[in-house]
Design a protein around this ligand. Sequence first.
Ligand SMILES: NC(=O)c1ccc[n+]([C@@H]2O[C@H](COP(=O)([O-])OP(=O)(O)OC[C@H]3O[C@@H](n4cnc5c(N)ncnc54)[C@H](O)[C@@H]3O)[C@@H](O)[C@H]2O)c1
Length: 326
Amino acid sequence: MTQGKRVLVTGAGGFIGHHLTSRLVADGYRVRGVDIKYPEYEPTRAQSFEILDLRRWSDCLQATREIDEVYNLAANMGGIGFIETNKAEITRDNSLINLHMLEAARVNQVSRFLFTSSACVYPGYRQDSPDVTPLAEEHAYPADAEDGYGWEKLFAERLCRHYTEDYGLETRVVRFHNIFGPLGTYDGGREKSPAAFCRKIAMAADNDSIEVWGDGKQTRSYCYIDDCIEGICRLMRSDHGEPLNLGQDRLISVDELVDMVAVAADKSIKKEYDTSKPQGVRGRNSDNSRLRSVLGWVPQTSLERGIEITYRWIREQLEARGDATR
Ligand SMILES: NC(=O)c1ccc[n+]([C@@H]2O[C@H](COP(=O)([O-])OP(=O)(O)OC[C@H]3O[C@@H](n4cnc5c(N)ncnc54)[C@H](O)[C@@H]3O)[C@@H](O)[C@H]2O)c1
């Protein structure tokens, strides 16, 4: 029964939280959105939206009052350039948010709590080659997570497990693998690689060069936002209490990603590599075996289609401020 169920989305002013809010409202939930900021690109559809700082215990208590289910997406985060250079800030802020949100959910008798973890929990020693073996959920241990952001996510995953074991709070833990799409950050230093390439190529003229961090050979998988939202909703309704990957399992190199954006833009683009810039692990892919068996579903949107839609949206934003090049 979704009708009238009261749910809280934290991070509802952010990329995934905003899309999730729209979906939950459309599904008949009564949604309270909470964030330190309003959504940047369009108004929220949440029935109520409160500006709160979830690093504070009192704000977490306020956010979770009279709530049945929590989708906890709030986090201080960004692309690789941001997470590699702000480790203390990210680890402190997100640990505070997750500790206080779980405890506030317990105190306010929330029945179910979803935590958004990341592929950054997987150990570096499994990701040191571009033709990486896809990462299955059990590969997170022995742990050697991404320094800062990854450790803080892994710690919060454990905390969810302890709250389930010790207090009976039902938790769901999803590990996202590079989610992208419209209404996501595309400039300012917190953007991820697909959005950064869309912006750079939209601003470039035909036959221009764009800067690429690393040597272009590093590999990743990328998942379109609609699939991410569908996966979150399916996981929340499932009885699966262990961490679950949510991503595509199509591995491509950064070079191939740039070429795909150039095709969407209908431009010929050259690459200038900067190997002094942060580039993260050498290769990372999602093993979707458990996702398929637990949810009976895997992401459906092709990367080409997702990139085409995302490129068009970013180009429109840049055109509106006079920054795109035909
Ligand atoms: N986008 C991805 O590819 C990806 C990958 C792995 C994990 N995740 C996780 O998914 C969640 C959502 O990510 P996103 O891409 O939408 O990021 P986002 O940065 O767009 O959204 C996060 C939101 O949290 C809010 N926030 C930060 N500090 C807060 C605080 N103290 N109190 C209240 N709100 C606060 C931010 O203002 C922001 O709106 C995060 O937990 C992130 O770590 C995302």
